[in-house]
Design a binder for this molecule. Structure first.
Ligand SMILES: [Zn+2]
Ligand SMILES: [Zn+2]
Length: 236
């Protein structure tokens, strides 16, 4: 079904998923969020903060990944789009979101010097959940992002622990459950590789951190997290 009305405001006759007003506003918020985000954990940090080793929240804290890029905060339109993207029927939102991501984060990709031979890797669902839903929004995003960034898509991660009620857990409990949740297929191809690890939302960092550690155990050199939205919930 082609969206003839804007998914955010419902105005008729939109050129794509968003009308030009909503698209301008999304782009504007994404640019502003990028300008003040911590390059290490993607929390809003203010434009004048010295972020060389991370922000006041993440500095000195082992995250598992080396850098994180989010399109915007998990609120308003970005939150609404993330919630819709969880459903297979709204998988068509992945391409316009990745257009927006690539359109506003190319300078950041340049800044971290993402190698051309970097892999774009989705955070997997547990197979039981995947077959229940038949769809993983992180994979939909990773495939589109790989195409737009001219890097190749790979899926070397497996989620070996099924933890459906993670959201209800405290951050330390979640990190404990997740520590062993991922395995990466060990192959010589991943050794020394930079990985762009893709998920829809970055919350406490525990999921992406655990996936990043599994990639590093398999030999990856650097892991950069790429998400649509960042919650303001930190590790505290
Ligand atoms: Zn609109
Ligand atoms: Zn930070």
């Amino acid at each position: 079904m082609f969206p003839w009305s804007c998914v955010l405001c419902g105005v008729q006759g939109s050129p794509g998923a968003f009308c030009s007003t909503c698209l301008d506003s999304l782009r504007d918020r994404a640019v502003r969020a990028g300008a003040s985000a911590c390059p290490r954990c993607a929390l809003p940090a203010g434009p004048y903060a010295n972020l060389r080793r991370g922000c006041g929240v993440c500095r000195g804290r082992p995250l598992g990944f080396d850098a994180a890029l989010a399109l915007g905060p998990y609120e308003g339109a970005f939150r609404e789009l993330c919630l819709r993207l969880k459903h297979r029927r709204d998988a068509w939102l992945a391409p316009p979101l990745c257009d927006l991501w690539a359109g506003t984060r190319l300078d950041a990709i340049d800044r971290i010097a993402l190698p051309m031979e970097a892999w774009v890797v989705p955070v997997p669902l547990h197979w039981r959940r995947h077959y229940g839903r038949g769809y993983n929004q992180a994979e939909a995003l990773a495939r589109e992002l790989a195409r737009r960034l001219g890097r190749s898509f790979h899926s070397p991660l497996r989620r070996v622990i099924h933890a459906p009620k993670l959201a209800a857990l405290s951050a330390p409990a979640r990190a404990r459950v997740l520590r062993e949740a991922f395995r990466a297929r060990v192959s010589s191809a991943i050794r020394g590789r930079t990985v762009l690890l893709v998920d829809d939302v970055l919350t406490t960092g525990a999921t992406c951190g655990a996936a990043a550690r599994a990639l590093k155990r398999a030999g990856a050199k650097q892991v950069v997290v790429a998400v649509v939205a960042r919650t303001d919930r930190s590790w505290a």
